[in-house]
Design a protein around this ligand. Sequence first.
Ligand code: UDP
Ligand code: MG
Length: 347
Amino acid sequence: MANLGGLSGAGGLVVGPPGWSGVAAGRKPNISLVVPVYNEAQAIEAFVTAVRDVFAQLHASFEIVFVDDGSIDGTATVLSHLCLRVPGLVVVRLSRNFGKEAAMTAGLDYCTGDAVVPIDVDLQDPPEVIGDFLEVWSRGVDVVYGVRRERHESLGKRVMAQLFYRGFNAIAVRPIPVDAGDYRLMDRRVVDALRSLKERNRFMKGLFAWAGFRSESVVFDRPARVMGVTKFNLSRLISLAMDGVVGFSTLPLKVSSGLGVLVALAAVAMMLFIVVSALFYGNPVAGYPSLMAVLLFLGSVQLMSLGVIGEYLARMVSEVKERPTYVVEAVVASEVGSMATPALTVS
Ligand code: UDP
Ligand code: MG
């Protein structure tokens, strides 16, 4: 079967042959690591060393596509110096901080491997696991995702993650594997399928699950961050979770309209009760507490429902505007050694 990667037919995406992406027998598969980095000057060198050590043991060649997500520390300098010394590096520098999801999208657009592995630079996704990923991939599995057994993170973060994964799966169109992050290996045809998704709201874990394909998991321990600090504070995590829910479920909208119906029914019942009791027993006028209770309740339900609609509307506005997901300022590669500025903005 010919590799039809990326061709569209009858409104759908036609992708190439299953697994191993048609890597010719005997040829070393080429693996792309996609690494979003934001102010990670301290962590990059150790990461590159670890990756090179791992690939020295594997029957595969590699490229590392760093996406510099608008870093303001020495990240850009560290990366361009590394390009002069280490082969197989590509640095895509974004014009500002677009967030990890957008940076990962850029990495998927710029990588060329037969299989692609999104990985964090802080060694919390241990590169040794790539060997296991490759082994499963060689059996024709298109997506091999890492599942974290031990998470050396704060209790609060672990509880929030658990709550989110379970809540998300209860309402989302496609469930995401519990305790799987972005660390995974994807065959080229999965990457092509992901690249065909044009939405701006890129909650990658949801998009990965949406793409489907034959998937298997590999379990690993997630160590604590060795260098640098986490780039995700509470508000960023909440906004990511909101992106996920709004992008992959319409249940909140349905709940808010269902709630509207319930409240309307309760209001009618109460109205009848008030009218009938006033007719039979007269009206002692003392209705302030019940009036306030009803008023506040109705007001808060209305505001809540409006808020839910607003969340969807806000994302619709950003989709309709069709702004690019990211803007590339420059691309540097080891082979070139010098800076190439792309003529166009890629989204
Ligand atoms: N990151 C990024 N852009 C951002 C935030 C984070 O590219 O706006 C990168 C970061 O440099 C790291 C990866 O995303 O390589 C994961 O970030 P972090 O380790 O802070 O997340 P955590 O592991 O705490 O969830
Ligand atoms: Mg981390």
